[in-house]
Design a binder for this molecule. Structure first.
Ligand SMILES: Nc1ncnc2c1ncn2[C@@H]1O[C@H](COP(=O)(O)OP(=O)(O)OP(=O)(O)O)[C@@H](O)[C@H]1O
Ligand SMILES: [Mg+2]
Length: 286
């Protein structure tokens, strides 16, 4: 069952697989039934993945798991989307991948190297970038200073990376001396993504980059995420705008109650009657 762990370091005996992880409290619930997936697709697809996570259990409070056996992989060059209801654990999954929430059981590998529970700064040095859902810029610093902060581990590369970022976000060059706190939501999001790109990440984790933006700006963010991906960065994107996300991603995941409910190409998910009924009907529309 989805057994709460007795404390954050303890490894429960009963969390070895999806069957064990679907608890009686979930039984009979259509959403949770959908969540009981065969891991074979994951195991087949995850071979040679750039980043992969296997059967992750993680949470904030001792005894309560938010991630309940989540699997994920991304191949080099892919743009993948993660959608799911509020509170499903999408942000927690990204935070866990980025070393901000400890993995209780399960593993994370990058290019075949075990990175489970490495701290965020080590992950940045290994090529993982992360843009949090909220509070993702330093408001009192200028755009340029925010980008300098992003490049603090590679100061010699500032100019080269600044030019790269400004090719994707030309507005940032024009307004480089403006304080981030005075920018619109859409502009701040550009600064946040730009800052994460300063370290030349091989994989970028984006948490709801379109949240709170006007439909027009949301559209721009999706185009920018695609541009980032086309520039050679592998992207994992959590999104509340589920339809739009599934339209642009190569592959998508539906996360529900901390575990995979569905994993398929964006096109297949967006056309899947069960996914539409259970997830797309109630989530934000494009
Ligand atoms: N810092 C925290 N301490 C304790 N519980 C937390 C913390 N952050 C999140 N949670 C809980 O973890 C669960 C999953 O939250 P999470 O933010 O990962 O969901 P989400 O899928 O990203 O939701 P949303 O779509 O609203 O962003 C929620 O029940 C939430 O209350
Ligand atoms: Mg979230």
């Amino acid at each position: 069952m989805t057994a709460p762990t007795p404390d954050k370091d303890a490894v429960p005996d009963n969390v070895s697989g999806p069957d064990n992880a679907s608890g009686p409290e979930n039984a009979g619930d259509a959403v949770s039934q959908a969540a009981v997936v065969d891991r074979s697709d994951h195991l087949a697809g995850a071979e040679n993945a750039l980043l992969r996570a296997d059967e992750l259990y993680a949470g904030y409070v001792p005894g309560v798991n938010i991630l309940n056996g989540a699997d994920l992989y991304v191949k080099k060059g892919e743009l993948i989307g993660i959608i799911g209801p509020n509170g499903a654990g999408k942000s927690t999954l990204l935070k866990t991948l980025f070393g901000l929430v400890p993995v209780r059981t399960g593993s994370v590998t990058l290019d075949g190297e075990d990175i489970t529970n490495l701290k965020a700064h080590s992950l940045v040095a290994r090529g993982v970038g992360y843009v949090p859902q909220t509070n993702n810029v330093f408001p009192s610093l200028t755009i340029e200073e925010n980008l300098e902060m992003g490049a603090f581990q590679v100061p010699a590369k500032f100019k080269e990376r600044f030019d790269f970022v400004c090719e994707i976000f030309p507005a940032l060059r024009e307004r480089r001396k403006q304080r981030a706190g005075s920018l619109s939501g859409g502009e701040r999001q550009m600064v946040a993504m730009g800052r994460a790109l300063m370290t030349e990440p091989s994989v970028l984790l984006l948490d709801e980059p379109s949240a709170g933006l006007s439909p027009k700006l949301q559209d721009l963010v999706f185009i920018q995420a695609q541009q980032i991906n086309k520039a050679g960065v592998t992207v994992i994107m959590v999104e509340q705008n589920a339809r739009r996300c599934l339209q642009i991603c190569h592959r998508g995941y539906v996360l529900d109650q901390g575990r995979n409910a569905y994993m398929a190409s964006g096109r297949d998910l967006i056309n899947d009657p069960k996914v539409i009924q259970l997830y797309l009907g109630t989530l934000a529309r494009a």
